[in-house]
Structure formats: structure tokens, C-alpha cells
Design a protein around this ligand. Structure first.
Ligand SMILES: Cc1cc2nc3c(=O)[nH]c(=O)nc-3n(C[C@H](O)[C@H](O)[C@H](O)COP(=O)(O)OP(=O)(O)OC[C@H]3O[C@@H](n4cnc5c(N)ncnc54)[C@H](O)[C@@H]3O)c2cc1C
Length: 294
């Protein structure tokens, strides 16, 4: 039934996990299996033949992995929480407004209702949008298998295009987004895409900035679609700290983004365009976060 509904190739066997334990057992016992959450990436990959697994373990119905809780210092987001649920969450808008800003420009309603935050990071596209607020917040990814659980810093989670730190048999179950150490920060997000930004990004930038006495005390900047994985712009971040929060400083320091990125040309945009947009959007995002005229 599920196979017909999603038009998955007939030689792929689908098993439906009824709870997390069962999902973990399937992923451990079945050789050559892939997890399916919302299926918005996986089904395309199966149809295109990018992946040819023997089994698909469907976890999309597991309510136990759909939640957003605040533990006081971090948001705990179940891996199967959809982008629309993040967009609609009152806790998200108060504690981590950058997640909401990114969810707002993520695809469109139908996709947002199926696409999960776990699927977005596990797919490990260089263009993954939810990676940006998670990088800015230095989120932790909770991973579970029959051996137990472990936490992976989001900066170590992405290993390359479509490659993650997940080991065979492991499933992402939760994303922990610290917010307690981010009082006094202001945020901005800019996404360049072909259809009003509501599809995969050509370049996107998210940032959080803290100032005191007119000086930049901290800057966290993340970009996608400009390197093999979503990245933090460490050169720009380091250079900004201690500098005056002026438009002239932002203009000059944004140019250093060339040291943090390695864009390529592909079907969606040439490398030169991405480089230009990375400088421009980094500047725009910083000015917006700092409340400066643009
Ligand atoms: C029309 C369209 C528009 C889109 N627009 C955007 C956009 O604006 N921004 C953006 O970033 N993406 C976009 N996407 C891509 C996609 O929707 C997202 O990446 C989505 O979040 C994937 O989540 P999913 O639940 O559908 O993952 P699935 O397709 O179910 O899985 C994706 C991959 O992750 C693995 N996986 C999923 N969940 C887990 C888990 N819990 N543990 C371990 N592995 C797991 C799967 O095995 C698979 O390899 C778009 C896709 C389409 C079709």
C-alpha cells in the first residue's frame, strides 16, 4: 500500500516500524536498509536510482519522535517533527526565532507538512536549510542504535555531500538546540532561491550577533550551498569580534567570506554567482541583525 502511494520501485521491500525500538531493531538486523521519514528526499533518490536499498524502514508514523520541548536551556526537537510544526510552534518563536525564520522560507505547505527536521539533516544536502540555525545554535544531534545513544555536535555531523557521521544501524532521534547562552543576540536569515526562496537555496545565510557598547562581542554565521556541507563562516566570525558594529566594518569583513567557502557550479547556479551572493547576503544578514540601514 505504502509502496503504491509513494511510487517506490517494486523491488524495494518496505517495513513499517511501530515504535522506536522496532525501528532500531530493523536497522540493525536488515542489511542494506534505509530509513524513511517524510520521504520528500528519499523517494526522489529511490526513483532516480541514487540509492538502491533492499529495504526501506518507514518511521514516519512514530509519534514518540514528534515533539518540541523546552528544558529551560535547550529546545529538544524530536527527529520526526515536521518543518510546518516548527513553523507553527510558539516555543520555537520565543526561544529560537531563527528556526522559525528558516522554516518560513522552506519549500511550501505540502512539503513542509511531510519534511522532517531529522530528514533534512540526515539527507546532508549542501543546501539543507535547517542546518543553518542548528549550526548557529551549536545544536547536538542525538543518535540511537542497539548499542545505545550518543550525541554528535552538528558541526561534526556533516561529512560531505549526502554523507553524515551516522554509523550503520543508527537513527537520529532528537535535535537539541541550546538557547540559554544566547540572551541578547539578534538574528537574521536571507535565502536566495529561484522561486521567492521557497525551494532549495542557491545560497542562504543565517546569523546571530551580540553587541555591547557599539562593539561586536560575538558573531555566529552559517551558510549553505557554498561548500560540500553547510558551514560556519569562521574567518568572518573571528574577524568581527571586537570590531565596531558599523556598516563600513561589515562591508569590509563580509568580503572575507571567500576564505570560508568553496562554491561549485552546478545545474542550479554558477560558482561566481554563489560567491557574489555569499558576500552580499553575509553583509545583508549582519546589517539586518545589527539593525543598521541597508
Ligand atoms: C519540492 C521540494 C522542495 C524542497 N524544498 C526544500 C527547501 O526549501 N529547503 C530544504 O532544505 N530542503 C528542501 N527540500 C528537501 C526535503 O524536503 C528536505 O530535505 C526534508 O527535510 C527531508 O525530510 P524527510 O523527512 O522528507 O526525509 P526523507 O526523505 O524521509 O529522508 C531523507 C534522508 O534522511 C534519512 N533519514 C531520514 N530521517 C532519518 C532519521 N531520523 N535517522 C536517520 N536517517 C534518516 C533517509 O534515510 C534519507 O536518506 C525540498 C524537497 C522537495 C521535493
Amino acid at each position: 500500500m505504502i509502496s503504491m502511494m509513494y511510487a517506490i520501485p517494486r523491488d524495494v521491500e518496505i517495513v513499517v516500524a511501530r515504535n522506536l525500538r522496532e525501528a532500531i531493531e530493523y536497522m540493525s538486523k536488515l542489511k542494506d536498509a534505509r530509513v524513511m521519514a517524510g520521504g520528500t528526499d528519499l523517494i526522489v533518490d529511490l526513483k532516480m536510482g541514487r540509492f538502491k536499498p533492499k529495504y526501506v524502514v518507514y518511521i514516519g508514523g512514530l509519534q514518540e519522535l514528534k515533539y518540541i520541548h523546552d528544558d529551560g536551556t535547550s529546545l529538544r526537537i524530536g527527529a520526526l517533527t515536521t518543518i510546518q510544526e516548527i513553523l507553527d510552534s510558539r516555543i520555537v518563536v520565543t526561544k529560537t526565532p531563527l528556526l522559525k525564520a528558516v522554516a518560513e522560507k522552506f519549500a511550501y505547505w505540502q512539503i513542509r507538512n511531510a519534511a522532517t527536521i531529522g530528514g533534512n539533516i540526515c539527507n546532508a544536502s549542501p543546501a539543507a536549510d535547517m542546518a543553518l540555525p542548528l549550526l548557529v545554535h551549536s545544536a547536538l544531534v542525538k543518535v540511537e542504535s542497539l548499542e545505545g545513544s550518543r550525541l554528535v555536535n552538528i558541526r561534526d555531523f556533516f561529512k560531505g555531500p549526502r554523507q553524515t557521521a551516522l554509523k550503520p544501524g543508527e537513527i537520529v532521534t532528537e535535535i537539541i538546540v541550546p538557547h540559554g547562552d544566547m540572551n541578547g543576540y539578534s538574528y537574521a536569515y536571507f535565502k536566495a532561491g529561484r522561486r521567492l526562496g521557497h525551494d532549495l537555496s542557491l545560497v542562504a545565510v543565517a546569523c546571530a550577533v551580540k553587541t555591547g557598547g557599539g562593539v561586536i562581542l560575538d558573531a555566529r554565521i552559517a551558510l549553505n550551498s557554498v561548500a560540500p556541507t553547510p558551514i560556519r563562516a569562521v574567518t568572518v566570525e573571528r574577524t568581527l569580534i571586537g570590531k565596531r558594529a558599523s556598516p563600513e566594518v561589515i562591508e569590509e569583513v563580509s568580503k572575507l567570506i571567500v576564505h570560508d567557502i568553496s562554491p561549485i557550479s552546478d545545474v542550479r547556479a554558477p560558482a561566481e554567482y554563489r560567491l557574489h551572493m555569499a558576500k552580499l547576503l553575509t553583509r545583508e544578514a549582519l546589517l539586518e541583525a545589527l539593525g543598521k540601514p541597508r
